[in-house]
Design a protein. Structure first.
Lengths: 103, 631
């Protein structure tokens, strides 16, 4: 049973989640937590797609969400590999440690 | 035969082209044959054409051959055309004949030099340019030859370019003559805009028709041409380049700086004498410059130690005599002295070149000595040249030409006793410094052994020039000694407007006797001070007044220092001050602004990932805001 939730509410929820994820990326110093915040951003975008798909009554929204999830999984594997390399080079997970390009 | 006139300058130019393009690949013999042969062929042609010219003179004593139209614009079409008349015939005879002898001498003198083909190429280019200058029918072509000889003078003075001092001397010569050349170019502009042509004959006719005697235009134009002549002929105030030009090889000094190029100024004034006759103030200035220069250079020559510098100042002095003659209206006397001077001065320079090579490239006379017995041919030819320069009475060519000038200076309506007196004092100085040179170099005890002996190719030119230094004057015997004025009669068609000078035979004889006594007195003084009792000369030089006078004369009356203070230093100061002027600040301020902005923006590059992420976020927010609120 589909409750009549207005589309605006769904999009606002997606926006709030996106901003939360973005501020997490900007504020956190630990790379792993930055990656988690990026996941939150991705999920917010997926939610926006699903809401739009429900509004127009088409299945494209759901398909898009599956794409996003797939891409997120691939990205996480690459990202974790990069995090391991990062730790190997800098011996820390602090993102501010990688500032040799300063100036 | 006259149609071959254009070959006379063309052959040396052809020689130059061959040697410039293919000189490296030719053997030394081939180079010498091409270099000397081209000028020699020109000399033969000149003699043949001259014989025909004298035997059967063409109409109005002038033959013009036009080759092609040089350029064409706005109704003015100057042509490459050569004109032969008595004046140019005398000039080309001297240039080609003396030039050929000097080339022959150089074939041996420059044999050990590595720039053998370069030397002959430059020399041929010079002879070609000089012949163009002399044969030119219009002043534009003359100016082309004028610049050409200036270029070759620069190239040949700086022949040994690896020594920077030679390059400086070459640049000095070029720059100082450039000042004169600029004046001459201005004169050409003036003549063209006012008289509508640069063809010499038309110019002279238009000038006499349009400009009255003493008109400001004539004065200005002739003064500017005089500026050019003064520069090229090394007269006051542009005489400073010639002594330093002795940095070049001796044949160069003989050809360019004694016999031919430096007389180009004399030729110019003689060629445009109608213009100078229309401007009496300028003609007087010519005489005054001549008189002042001959004295100034005479005193300077007395204090020189380098044998070539003595000869250089002597050349300046003798050209002063020619200017003096031109200034008093004695045009053919000036050309006569040019001819005899070419013979004996070239001889002196060539013989000095032999002496220098024989003394391990030593130039200082006081380090030489006793060469009279070791280099007999050189000694006797040098002595003949020196005698001719000192105008030894009756037997030398120099006597007849210098005497004619002194007589004209006294008796011509434009002459004066002062000018004659200056010439007389100059004659005494001439024999004094000349025989000082002879006695110091050739007499006394030998100090340096002989390192080189002249061969046939050196001795033959010396002998021929010595012969000419003796008999070259017999073409113009004054009234007191036979009255055979062949030279003046030959030149009469060119200088037809000069009045014949008044004056009695008795007056002329008196002056001749005075001049002869003066020149012999100079020789006697030189013998006394430099041969018989040189210790007297040394004691005289010790006195403080005499020593400072000697230094003053040695430096050429301080002209180099004067010009350095007046012109060189202010110019360098202005150049340095202008290096960072306000126009530059337009460019430097832009660079400084860029650097300042960079310093500020530097702080945005922190290298931190979070900072960059924030940058992206802010940018996205700004864009979205623009789209949402302003669109």
């Amino acid at each position: 049973m589909i409750a009549n939730v207005p589309m605006e509410h769904g999009l606002i929820l997606a926006a709030i989640l996106f901003v939360l994820g973005l501020s997490g990326v900007l504020v956190r110093r630990n790379i792993v937590f930055m990656l988690m915040s990026i996941e939150v951003m991705l999920n917010a975008v997926g939610l926006a797609f699903v809401v739009a798909g429900a509004r127009w009554g088409q299945v494209d929204g759901q398909i898009m969400f599956i794409f996003i999830l797939t891409m997120a999984a691939a990205e996480v594997s690459v990202g974790l590999a990069l995090v391991i390399q990062f730790h190997h080079s800098f011996k820390t997970l602090n993102a501010d440690a990688a500032s040799t390009m300063k100036g | 035969m006259n149609e071959l006139l254009s070959f006379i300058p063309a052959l040396p130019f052809a020689g130059f082209l061959v040697l410039a393009l293919a000189g490296r690949r030719l053997s030394k013999v081939a180079i010498a044959v091409i270099g000397t042969g081209s000028v020699g062929l020109s000399a033969v042609l000149t003699v043949l054409i001259g014989i025909q010219f004298i035997a059967a003179p063409p109409q109005s004593h002038a033959f013009t051959q036009t080759l092609w139209t040089w350029m064409q614009f706005d109704g003015y079409a100057p042509a490459i055309s050569f004109s032969l008349d008595p004046l140019s015939l005398v000039m080309i005879f001297v240039v080609t004949f003396v030039g050929f002898l000097i080339h022959l001498y150089s074939a041996e003198h420059m044999l050990d030099e590595e720039g053998y083909s370069r030397f002959f190429a430059y020399m041929n280019l010079f002879v070609g340019s000089m012949l163009t200058l002399v044969l030119a029918d219009n002043l534009l072509l003359l100016y082309l030859g004028w610049e050409g000889v200036g270029l070759c003078s620069y190239l040949l003075i700086g022949f040994w370019y690896k020594d920077p001092a030679n390059g400086s001397a070459a640049r000095k010569a070029f720059i100082v003559t450039r000042i004169g050349d600029t004046a001459m170019a201005l004169g050409l502009f003036l003549l063209f805009t006012n008289l509508g042509t640069l063809n010499i004959q038309e110019l002279m006719q238009n000038a006499s028709k349009q400009w009255p005697v003493g008109s400001p235009m004539a004065v200005l134009a002739s003064a500017l041409l005089l500026g050019g002549a003064v520069g090229k002929s090394a007269q006051l105030p542009l005489q400073t380049w010639l002594p330093d030009a002795m940095a070049g090889p001796s044949p160069v000094s003989a050809l360019i700086h004694a016999a031919t190029m430096v007389t180009a100024g004399v030729y110019l004034i003689a060629r445009t004498h109608v213009l100078f006759a229309l401007a009496p103030p300028v003609q007087f200035v010519v005489a005054a410059i001549g008189a002042a220069t001959l004295l100034l250079a005479g005193f300077s020559a007395l204090a020189q130690k380098d044998i070539k510098r003595v000869l250089a100042y002597s050349t300046i002095s003798q050209i002063g005599y020619m200017f003096l003659a031109l200034g008093v209206g004695a045009w053919s006397a000036a050309m006569f002295h040019f001819m005899t001077h070419a013979y004996f001065k070239a001889l002196l320079f060539l013989a000095a070149g032999v002496v220098i090579l024989a003394q391990h490239h030593e130039h200082d006379m006081f380090k030489m000595g006793g060469l009279k017995d070791k280099l007999p041919v050189t000694f006797w030819t040098f002595l003949i040249g020196a005698a001719s320069l000192s105008a030894l009475p009756l037997v030398t060519a120099g006597f007849y030409s210098k005497d004619l000038i002194l007589w004209q200076a006294w008796s011509s309506p434009m002459g004066s006793k002062v000018l004659w007196a200056a010439g007389l004092v100059g004659a005494m100085l001439t024999s004094l410094y000349t025989f000082r040179m002879v006695f110091v170099t050739f007499f006394g005890t030998a100090k340096i052994d002989i390192s080189w002996r002249p061969g046939v190719r050196t001795i033959v030119p010396l002998l021929i020039l010595a012969l000419l230094s003796i008999i070259g004057g017999f073409v113009e015997l004054p009234k007191t000694l036979g009255n055979i004025p062949l030279f003046t009669d030959f030149m009469r068609p060119v200088f037809s407007d000069t009045a014949s000078t008044p004056g009695t035979e008795g007056g002329e004889l008196t002056l001749q006797i005075i001049a002869s006594i003066v020149s012999l007195a100079g020789i006697l003084l030189a013998w006394l001070f430099f041969l018989r009792r040189p210790q007297d000369a040394d004691k005289l030089a010790q006195a403080p007044a005499a020593a400072s006078l000697q230094r003053f004369w040695f430096s050429g009356w301080g002209f180099d220092r004067l010009y350095d203070t007046l012109f060189v230093r202010p110019y360098l100061w202005a150049a340095r001050a202008n290096k960072d002027d306000f126009i530059d600040s337009g460019y430097t301020e832009i660079a400084k602004f860029n650097r300042a902005v960079h310093q500020v923006l530097r702080f945005t590059q922190t290298g931190s990932i979070r900072w960059y992420a924030m940058g992206i976020t802010l940018g996205a927010v700004v864009f979205l805001g623009i789209i949402v609120f302003l669109h």
